[in-house]
Ligand binder design. Structure first.
Ligand code: C2E
Ligand code: MG
Ligand code: MG
Length: 733
């Protein structure tokens, strides 16, 4: 510019070619642009067929000009199906059909219309309809003038476009797994909630948290942890498919958002499928890695209508799932609110309980913990061959707390090391009072087993009690294989050197990889109770699975114990599978040491089976106020027991068998039932649709009525007189 000014300030003005307006010059400029590939030109006739396209544009198509001319213009381009251009709301076809002006419409070349070797390309198309005053016989445009087709230009924006997509991908997707990131998944959920609010369509949020991920990260390193997360992402994508969108919130937290699914039966099945698939072993470098996943679910509009409410609800459900034993799913319910606090109290109480048995000698507290022993019986002659030691906690004010509740608390807080060592010592000490060769089996938590001192603890117990190592059996679960293979191998070797026996507990419930059986020196497999529970149901494969596990144990030279036999019909099925050892209530519940010694003293070490003929699916005892709706009347009653198919209710007199009722089980859970039994103030009912699992041993209805519908129903005044008599029932001791 300075130069120019200097020249201008000098004597003569700069030499500029005189303006030319001839066609030849315009054509030359036009051709320069085309040749320079900085832009292309195109034109169509009134029918939308291509009548001109710059030769260099044909190169992009990988086709000769002749192959393109005469083609319907819009058939050559499409919107990117994965990244619809949010700036141009209307698709090209629409704009074209309306003879509208095109301004930088982003399209991509239809790959199938391109020649071989053409690379993917995106263009920004601009163009104007060529209109003039209407002539008879020519097509009319919107604006009234006759339409002769389009004249336009195009720019190749492939690089720019790909960069833009990459940027938005980075902003919206998790770079490690390729799943939606927190920002995107929350935005999607917000959009869904906003769109569904008016129509009352349901939206479900699943929160997932991997169990034992930290362990993998700590023992195998971050690159292995990253690889694991990638593989988890792929598995989730496979299971969830098009049913929902998956996101990774960071760390080992994932989220799934599902539209239009409120059936808790179906959601529970999906959650179980996810748990099953994620819990299969992973191969990372040369390591076998096993993790689990816990899932919490909340459903709008039932559990809330705002995103924050639903997230809080799903989080609480997740927390409950994690602490309910891991590898579980839970639906949100309003009583979960207190669970966090409850957990903290339990931890404090457990610390006191441990101190009561394993604290300073001058402690005056009553012992709250004890060990009980359940006989393992040989089917052939009912002889007791050993006992399994099971821990019991009797809390001074709350009463018994089951091990399935407090063992996970002990594991999470690290108290399991002290608790487990105490259990081992106590059980070994008690067993020394039993006659040879009766064995004692002690459960060992994976957390305990993973501790490098564990073989030392076992060895100390053997030294201190003088128990023959061959009489001590350690029950491990497959989760001992989760982490560092070297530590696990070392522990197995050290324990075998000590001469103790090893049993694989709960076999068939986890990942049941046969390679574990090859790698680890087990002496026994314990078939999980869940197979026995369903082995008398003909449609289940449980009996066949039990037979297969026993066959496997035989082939590998191991023993097998079948757990949880409660009735004669189950025993018959189990015996027919070839089982030789059974542990279950049909023979005996767990016994206190005094009772065990009494049996030994009276030589009652043969226990004949004794119990119900047939196994009945468990009816849970409950004690809960519910509503019973008949016609337009609502009665208050007491729910006494509940199974998936029926319930017992107290508090209504004069309800004929066959009456149809609606039970209001709370929180929008309405269930249609038919009265099958009626006696005094007690009725038995059958559900029209069976209840489904809540993931934590409880039962819930598949569907719920939203709070809107309930509020509307409550406004309806009743007009008829009540037909049944409502009576007050007191809680029985
Ligand atoms: P497990 O090791 O699989 O123990 C078997 C469980 O099944 C015991 O429950 C036992 O009472 C129960 N059972 C046995 N026969 C029957 C039957 O016929 N019907 C039914 N319904 N149940 C039967 P329990 O004592 O509640 O223990 C539950 C779990 O808690 C145990 O499962 C074990 O994993 C854990 N556990 C118990 N004591 C200890 C312990 O001292 N240390 C560790 N680490 N875990 C323990
Ligand atoms: Mg066990
Ligand atoms: Mg077991």
């Amino acid at each position: 510019m300075k130069n120019l000014l200097r020249t201008w300030n000098g004597s003569s003005p700069p030499q500029v070619a005189p303006p030319r307006d001839d066609v030849a010059h315009r054509l030359a400029v036009f051709e320069d642009i085309e040749r320079g590939h900085s832009g292309w030109f195109w034109a169509t006739d009134a029918a939308g067929r291509l009548t001109y396209i710059s030769p260099s544009a044909c190169e992009r198509f990988g086709l000769a000009v002749e192959a393109l001319l005469g083609q319907p213009f819009t058939s050559l381009f499409e919107a990117d199906p994965e990244h619809p251009d949010e700036r141009s709301e209307r698709p090209l076809q629409f704009l074209f059909g309306a003879h509208a002006r095109l301004a930088d419409v982003t399209v991509r070349l239809v790959p199938e219309r391109c020649g071989p070797g053409a690379r993917p390309a995106w263009w920004a198309l601009s163009g104007l309809p060529k209109l003039d005053v209407a002539k008879p016989g020519s097509a009319k445009s919107e604006s009234g003038g006759a339409f002769h087709g389009y004249r336009g230009s195009a720019r190749d924006i492939t690089l720019e476009y790909e960069r833009r997509i990459e940027d938005s991908r980075l902003a919206e997707f998790d770079s490690l797994t390729g799943l939606a990131n927190r920002h995107r998944i929350f935005r999607r959920f917000d959009q869904m909630l906003a769109a569904f609010k008016g129509t009352l369509r349901p939206a479900t949020l699943m929160m997932l948290d991997l169990d034992r991920f930290k362990h993998v990260n700590d023992t195998l390193g971050h690159p292995a942890g990253d690889e694991l997360l990638r593989q988890v992402g792929q598995r989730l994508t496979r299971v969830v498919g098009s049913a929902g969108e998956i996101g990774r919130l960071g760390g080992d937290e994932f989220q799934v958002v599902l539209a239009d699914q409120e059936d808790r039966g179906k959601l529970g099945e999906l959650a179980e499928k996810i748990i099953g698939v994620v819990s299969q072993p992973y191969k990372i470098d040369d390591n076998h890695v096993v993790i689990g996943v816990s899932i919490g679910m909340a459903i709008a509009p039932f559990d809330g209508t705002e995103r924050e409410e639903i997230i809080r609800a799903a989080d609480l459900a997740l927390y409950a799932a994690k602490h309910g034993g891991r590898g579980q799913f839970r639906f949100y319910s309003s009583d979960l609110k207190d669970e966090k606090e409850e957990r903290r109290l339990l931890e404090d109480a457990l610390r006191d309980a441990i101190a009561s048995v394993d604290g300073p000698v001058d402690s005056w507290d009553e012992p709250q913990l004890s060990m009980v022993y359940q006989p393992v019986v040989r089917t052939e002659d009912h002889a007791v061959v050993g006992f399994e030691a099971l821990m019991r906690w009797d809390h001074p004010t709350r009463g018994p707390i089951p091990p399935t509740v407090f063992i996970p608390v002990a594991e999470d807080s690290g108290m399991i090391l002290q608790l487990g060592a105490w259990a081992l010592r106590q059980a070994a000490r008690d067993a020394t009072a039993w006659p040879h060769p009766l064995r004692i089996a002690v459960n060992v938590s994976a957390v305990q087993f993973a501790h490098p001192d564990f073989p030392g603890v076992v060895s100390d117990v053997l030294d201190a009690t003088g128990l023959d190592p061959d009489r001590l059996e350690l029950e491990l679960t497959e989760s001992v294989f989760m982490g560092d293979g070297d530590v696990t191998d070392g522990a197995f070797k050290a324990l075998k050197l000590l001469g103790v026996r090893l049993a694989l507990d709960d076999f068939g419930t986890g990942y049941s990889s046969l390679s574990y059986l090859r790698a680890a020196p087990f002496d026994k497999l314990k078939v999980d109770r869940s197979f026995v529970d369903s082995c008398t149901l003909s449609e289940q494969n449980s009996a066949k699975i039990i037979a297969a596990i026993i066959g496997l144990a035989d082939a590998l030279g191991m023993e097998a114990t079948v757990e949880g036999v409660e009735a004669f019909d189950q025993r018959d099925v189990v015996c027919a599978t070839g089982a030789r050892l059974i542990q279950g209530f049909l023979y005996s519940p767990p016994l206190e040491q005094a009772a065990v010694l009494e049996r030994m003293r009276t030589d009652a070490l043969h226990i004949p089976p004794d119990g119900p003929k047939r196994h009945r699916p468990e009816r849970r005892s409950v004690y809960r106020r519910i509503g019973v709706i008949h016609e337009d009347h609502r009665y208050e009653a007491l729910l006494r027991n509940l199974s998936a198919t029926g319930a017992g209710i107290e508090g209504l007199v004069g309800v004929p068998v066959g009456t149809s009722l609606v039970l209001d089980l709370g929180a929008g859970q309405l269930a249609v039932v038919t009265v099958s039994r009626s006696e005094d103030a007690t009725i038995g009912v059958e559900f029209e649709t069976p209840l489904v699992s809540d993931g934590a041993g409880g039962l819930v209805t598949r569907y719920r009525a939203s709070s809107y519908a309930l509020a509307a129903a409550a406004r309806m005044a009743s007009t008829s007189t009540p037909q049944f008599l409502e009576v007050e029932v007191r809680k029985r001791a």
